[in-house]
Ligand binder design. Structure first.
Ligand code: CDP
Length: 210
């Protein structure tokens, strides 16, 4: 099984790089953040209180998630745009801190890779917890301002406000008890500040050759 694990904070360029790298290597790509966003969308839509950890964990075990090139479908509903709204973004870290949800998502992610002989998988705990034996583990980051600017370029908004929201989410993700965002043992740090997508890709391809 050939797994490339890409972790890092919000706006570091993980999705762009993971998608391009997968195409270059002939592997499939999985955005695990979209899975946590999908569970969050389902909980909000079903009026499941996010503080009710057992109810949210139970929902995560029942929900049908399809995360792929054509979009993100939650119980058959196209949620591609809805999972990126400020409402979901503001709630996702709480859902992702729920251990019952994480256990279920981890199992689904491992099954996804096993069925495909691997893939390029991005998230927060991929190299540290989900695939500790990945062929290559990358920790992508960039300066907080650059990460906020990338988000504004994609989705609009005020740079300073987005920078604050990203910092709050990164702090929450990094300090939770279960599978916090961290640089996994054996991972390579790639600071994408000031680098183009092509430059980052060339750097990663060189790392794979060694
Ligand atoms: O796109 P962005 O980097 O803003 O976030 P994302 O990758 O869509 O992930 C959304 C949220 O899901 C993160 O802030 C984490 O709380 C959670 N997440 C996680 O806990 N573990 C993962 N493997 C992926 C995402």
């Amino acid at each position: 099984m050939r797994v490339i694990a890409i972790d890092g904070p919000a706006g570091a360029g993980k999705s762009t790089i993971a998608r391009a790298l997968a195409a270059r290597l002939g592997l499939q790509y999985l955005d695990t953040g979209a899975m946590y966003r999908g569970v969050t969308f389902a909980a909000l839509r079903g009026d499941v209180p996010l503080d009710d950890t057992e109810a949210v964990a139970d929902l995560s075990r029942r929900v049908m998630l399809e995360v792929g090139d054509t979009g993100v479908f939650v119980d058959g509903v196209d949620a591609t745009a809805a999972i990126r709204t400020a409402e979901v973004t503001g709630a996702v870290s709480k859902v992702a801190a729920n251990s019952g949800v994480r256990t279920e998502m981890r199992a689904r992610q491992q099954q996804w890779a096993a069925e495909r002989g691997g893939g390029v998988i991005e998230g927060r705990d991929i190299g540290s917890v989900v695939f500790p034996d990945a062929e290559l583990k990358l920790y992508l980051t960039a300066s907080p301002r650059v990460r906020a600017e990338r988000r504004v370029a994609e989705a609009g908004g005020d740079v300073e406000e987005i920078e604050r929201a990203i910092a709050a989410r990164d702090h929450y993700d990094s300090t939770r008890a279960d599978s916090p965002l961290t640089e996994a043992a054996g991972s390579t740090l790639v600071d994408t500040t000031g680098l183009s997508v092509e430059e980052v890709l060339q750097h990663i391809v060189r790392l794979l050759e060694h």
